[in-house]
Design a protein around this ligand. Sequence first.
Ligand code: PLP
Ligand code: COI
Length: 350
Amino acid sequence: MKIARTKQLKEKPDYSKLGFGKYFTDHMIVMDYVNGKWNELEIVAYSQFSFDPSMNAMHYGQGIFDGLKAYANTNGEIQLFRPTENLNRFNRSAARLCMPEIDIDVVLRGLKKLIDIDREWLPKEDGTSIYIRPTMLGTEEALGVHPSKSYRFFIILSPVASYYANGLEPVKILVEEKLVRAVTGGTGNIKCMGNYAASLLAGARANEKGYAQVLWLDAYEHKYAEEVGAMNIFFVIDGIVKTPQLLGSILPGITRDSVIALLKDEGVPIEETRISIEEVVSAHKNGKLDEVFGSGTAAVISPVGVLGYNGVDLIINNNKMGKLSAGLYKKLTDIQYGRSQDKFGWIEKI
Ligand code: PLP
Ligand code: COI
């Protein structure tokens, strides 16, 4: 690992107005893949890249990323939540797009060093953290459609507060009935940039109507719930927690997996299954749709207060965060911020 620290430190933002992903720390990781192998990982000053206009990622979209967080724990230490899971998923994304895999040990060691160097940036306010964004781009300069021969891997860090503007207030979600996000056999189960580009139109239309994001349905029948733009989705129907099973078109969220583990640990019934939107509507009609919430690194546990479908707004739990969602939020964040014992082995200290 090569380290070139900068002396030109940036001014820190107002930490009471952080929002999500607007500010970046003083350093970053850069590692290039050339001639069939990775160069040494470097920690350098956060700065702009210069690329040739013909580079692969700008035309054919060989571009992947992941997202994880570093938290300040109660002893003043910094800790990561399940980082190896994110880096493994990053490698699965790489493999799907014919990109080279990274050496997880090398990258995790580099990441810990990077966070240590920029530790002054870690916000301490409630619900804040450093969001970590590993990314890889195909950089070969050529217009033929083939896997790039060269790549740039980088990691940037951003001090963040909650993903949604209103923090833990329930969000309004619109069920998308026409456009689709992903199909089985496609790229819905990895984090490639194109998935997010393809989701923007539905998201923008939903925003115009006052909804924060859309709930995607399956691409074949437009019938079964899949996931939300930046989070997996859970429905609590008549005391049973249900979440869409992983059939290849949705992202296997690490928070989703953690929520399932927490629920199993508490003995709460949890089913990974197919959930039709009609089942959700009918449960609502019969007073059995107890709660709906999303899970994600950025979104944490995010209650859904309104679900718009077919021109009707279903109001869930009086548009308030439910007991089960609130309990999960507390259990998960208590582990992430080191306020409770990490009995699942999810925490890795810097
Ligand atoms: N689904 C999508 C499309 C996402 O972008 C994310 C965020 O990464 C998630 C779900 C949640 O995944 P995770 O819990 O690993 O952050
Ligand atoms: C995450 O939760 O890490 C995400 O990637 C969501 C979004 C910012 C794309």
